[in-house]
Design a protein around this ligand. Structure first.
Ligand code: 0A1
Ligand code: ZN
Length: 881
């Protein structure tokens, strides 16, 4: 395992490598504890590099068995070997030469889940970002592209299936009950896209014919007996392949495309060329065991990994600072795919909720970094919401600025110019600048500058002059190591809504460039004046969430009420109601702190029922409108001196107020939705279930609520309804006997299904209140729990620390102490998982003083421990800085 060297990597230090590796032949003699890896590499000296310049290959914890140079064993003096480096001191002076490196690795002992490891008896690999160096010594950097041929040898009985990247080649038997398979990938690729899988798995197969007529054999591999649960993943794959041709003109380029599900995986999935490897959580689904949310995730992640084939694989990153080049762009593409498959406004609202829940706190805390970072200590810690989600928003803004047609032409140019290359964000932006003739220099700051910009807006209406003026002021808050910020180019979509609910037109506008419903904010202040306004409009701002900013708008509350009823933009209509609810909750929090009784403006309950009963709106949209801002959302908006117990109480109070005011209508709607139409995982069915389950949450707060939720639970015919009912019972009636028996029934029914038990862990880790600290600690000893499996750890400890405000932040610090001990324990085996868990404390400075002290003590207890991984040390030290 890598321990910290304190080394910092800086973007300005980038230089191309002296050597390239045009061809790579790998032989794997698989063995659970002693796998032999033979790498035969064609090495090419780059033009201009002095002959015999030392060749330095990266490694990580490798055992070297032999080195050959141009067919001869390398003498001891000709190389230097360390666990993390192999240096050929005086390589041949020829422009091209060959080397052979034999290494030994132990897949069974590999608990980091990087490099070659075994998961439930299956050999698999994970090489992004720097895992290939745990397999062999190599130029393990994304700008070294190589053509791979891979030969896998293994036991024929225990590993009948042998997969790697590219197209299948020769196969055959070997002595001793072994066999082999050869794979060849004609597309040059960086080492992080290498993959191998060997084991005994079941398969769902299908095929796809590309637009130009190439027939592709598709396979989704899962544990035997689980094939039926892989059908939705296969269906998602086929829809993704078709969509990418239609929306982006991107066709698949090999004869096979395989997906393999494994049960131990650090992230969601990995886009290895032609051989995607997935966390099984994002492959396996059926009505009985998966929720609608699981289905939507499977569809999105299958699409995401597939889309990487062009954005990431065909065109890859020059270096890891450019990670957003592939990730932000691919997330943007999977968002568009899901919006097309489902409902666009519903999808957009969900995206924004995710961005605010994960990226905003990152941007506003000690771990803030630009979408394209300039330095890192551990690249694994930069697979963040900023790189992924904000990175996607930046691509979306490019489309907003250029318009859909020019955006598509820019993408075409990017594909055409850079196919087969490893490139930078500058190259990406240049394609759009060149196609549009626009200067994107100021816009590029979105990649380079961290922090969430704020727009302060006030309005004036002059009835005599018939003008309406928006005073807009932008500011970007300071972030770590960036105290002074430059002015950004912010595309602010808007509408001026008239009294009849229809957008008004203006005759002239000055003070900023306004095009196609977008104000281009570029200066610190703009006074944007619209003339020809016969009546005062209500302004709707940041429609469709056109820019990832915060807004502070001075306006009467009635304007928000009006927008919540009439805004023609679905996102902004939802936003208006959400802002009203957030403001009400913050108001109640403040009065509660001041010891005053809280109350809520009556229009919240009135609007809630208007949304709930509006048959013109999709059920999924109505469900989102009825979902109150979460406790963490409220905390983020308050910003400082957070007391999670008061927030929890206030939010529960508002929910009860809404439920009591609308009991009859909510009850009728709930009953009307209760006819069981059978389960289909499509958006329409999911929307109806979402609305019914949201109504259940409100109704559970009324007399008889626990009984109602218990009935909902026992009558549920699918996991969506079952998990929702269990969530309502545990959140709203934690101590109730019905809750305890539902938990027990769920456990009995699903104890042999680890992915479903994850839901059971999550639900219990979310129970509000002080007792959950001990309850979660006890669950770590449950037979279904395993501290070695990332899904288990994230479900229990991850949920507890990132989604349970009252228990995790228990005022006596017990939540933090349990958490710190767990993080340290996990770090000994799986540093990536430990580092990711540790980010749960990133907002510790915004807590009230007592909790803040306990949180700091917990962080210090981690940082003062010796032998921390680079991953964990990096997170904890930045969090404390
Ligand atoms: N490129 C993958 C994310 C990923 C990154 C690192 C991993 O190592 C454990 C695994 C996956 C994606 O964007 O889906
Ligand atoms: Zn990705």
């Amino acid at each position: 395992m890598r321990t910290d060297t304190g080394q910092i990597f800086r973007i300005e230090d980038y230089r191309p490598s002296d050597y390239l590796i045009p061809e790579t032949r790998l032989t794997f003699r698989l063995d659970p504890e002693a796998t032999v890896v033979i790498a035969e590499l064609v090495i090419e000296r780059r033009p201009g590099v002095a002959p015999s310049t030392p060749l330095v290959l990266e490694g990580d914890g490798l055992v070297l068995r032999r080195v050959e140079i141009d067919g001869k064993p390398a003498g001891k003096q000709s190389f230097e070997v360390e666990p993390n480096r192999l240096t050929l001191l005086r390589p041949p002076a020829a422009k091209r030469f060959r080397i052979v490196i034999e290494t030994l690795v132990d897949p069974s002992a590999n608990t980091t889940l990087m490099g070659l490891y075994r998961s439930s008896g299956i050999y698999c690999t994970q090489c992004e970002a720097e895992g290939f160096r745990r397999i062999t010594y190599f130029l393990d950097r994304p700008d070294v592209l190589s053509v791979y041929t891979v030969r896998i040898e293994a036991d024929a009985a225990s590993e009948p299936l042998l997969l790697s990247n590219g197209n299948p080649g020769e196969t055959g038997p070997l002595p001793g009950g072994r066999h082999f398979a050869v794979w060849h990938d004609p597309h040059p690729k960086p080492s992080y896209l290498f993959a191998l899988v060997a084991g005994d798995l079941g398969v769902v197969d299908d095929s796809f014919v590309t637009a130009s007529g190439r027939k592709v054999a598709l396979g989704v591999y899962v544990e035997h007996g689980k094939e039926d649960r892989a059908l939705y993943a296969m269906d998602s794959l086929i829809r993704s392949m078709r969509w990418d041709e239609e929306a982006f003109g991107c066709e698949y380029d090999l004869d096979v495309f395989n997906i393999v599900a494994v049960s131990d995986f650090n992230m969601g999935a990995m886009e290895n060329k032609g051989l995607n490897i997935f966390n099984d959580k994002y492959v396996l689904a059926d009505a009985e065991t998966a929720t609608d949310g699981d289905y939507a995730n499977i569809e999105a992640i299958v699409a995401h990994e597939y889309f990487h084939n062009w954005t990431g694989n065909r065109i890859t990153c020059r270096d890891w600072f450019q990670l957003c080049l592939k990730e932000g762009l691919t997330v943007y593409r999977d968002h568009e795919f899901s919006a097309d498959q489902r409902s666009r406004p519903v999808k957009r609202i969900s995206e924004v909720r995710t961005l605010r829940a994960h990226q905003f706190p990152e941007d506003q805390g000690p771990l803030a970094h630009p979408v394209r970072p300039r330095r890192y200590r551990e690249i694994n810690n930069f697979y963040t919401a900023t790189v992924y989600e904000k990175g996607a928003e930046v691509v979306r803004m490019i489309r907003t600025i250029l318009g859909p047609a020019i955006f598509r032409q820019g993408m075409d140019l990017y594909f055409e110019r850079h196919d087969g290359q490893a490139v930078t964000i500058e190259d990406f932006l240049a394609a759009f600048q060149d196609i549009s003739g626009r200067d994107l220099t100021q816009f590029a700051l979105w990649y380079h500058q961290a922090g969430t910009p704020n727009l302060s807006v006030s309005t004036t209406y002059d009835a005599t002059a018939q003008t309406f003026t928006l005073e807009i002021e932008q500011s970007v808050p300071p972030t770590p190591s960036e105290s002074r910020k430059r002015l950004m180019h912010i595309p602010l979509a808007f509408g001026l809504v008239g009294a009849d609910g229809v957008d008004m037109r203006w005759t002239t506008v000055d003070g900023a460039t306004v095009e196609d419903g977008v104000i281009h904010v570029r200066k610190r202040r703009h006074a944007v004046r619209f003339s020809g306004m016969a009546t005062r409009p209500v302004v709707s701002l940041n429609r469709g969430f056109s820019a990832p900013v915060t807004l502070s708008v001075e306006r009467p509350r009635d304007d928000l009420v009006f927008l919540a009823r009439h805004d023609g933009d679905g996102f902004s209509r939802w936003q208006a109601f959400n802002t009203l609810a957030t403001d009400a909750l913050i108001g109640a929090f403040r009065s509660s702190l001041g010891g005053k009784p809280s109350g809520f403006p009556s229009e919240i309950a009135t609007l809630a029922v208007a949304f709930a009963a509006d048959g013109a709106l999709e059920p999924a949209y109505r469900a989102l409108a009825l979902t109150l801002p979460g406790e963490a959302d409220i905390a983020r908006e308050i910003g400082a001196n957070i007391d999670p117990d008061i927030i929890h109480g206030t939010r529960a109070e508002l929910a009860r107020t809404i439920a009591e005011a609308n009991a009859a209508t909510f009850g009728e709607l709930y009953e009307a939705l209760s006819t069981d139409e059978g389960f289909t995982p499509d958006a329409a069915g999911a929307g109806r279930r979402a609305l019914r389950n949201t109504l259940l949450d409100y109704l559970s707060l009324l007399p008889g609520g626990a009984a109602l939720a218990a009935r909902h639970f026992s009558r549920a015919t699918n996991m969506t309804d079952m998990a929702a009912a269990l969530g309502v019972l545990t959140q709203r009636h934690p101590g109730n006997d019905r809750t305890q028996s539902a938990l027990a029934a769920f456990e009995r029914r699903f104890s042999d299904n680890p992915l479903v038990m994850d839901k059971w862990f999550q639900i219990q880790a979310s129970v509000p209140g002080p007792g959950t600290v001990e309850a979660v600690e006890a669950l770590t000893r449950h037979p279904a729990y395993s501290t070695l499996n990332p899904n288990r750890v994230r479900s229990l400890v991850g949920t507890f620390s990132s989604a349970n405000q009252t228990a995790f932040h228990r005022p006596d610090g017990a939540g933090y102490r349990f958490f710190a001990a767990t993080v340290l324990d996990v770090d000994g085996r799986n540093p990536q998982l430990a580092a990711r868990l540790a980010t749960a404390l990133r907002s510790w400075r915004s807590l009230e003083a007592v909790r803040r002290d306990h949180a700091r003590t917990a962080l210090l207890s981690i940082s003062s421990t010796e032998g921390l991984s680079t991953d964990l040390r990096d997170i904890v030290e930045r969090t404390l800085a």
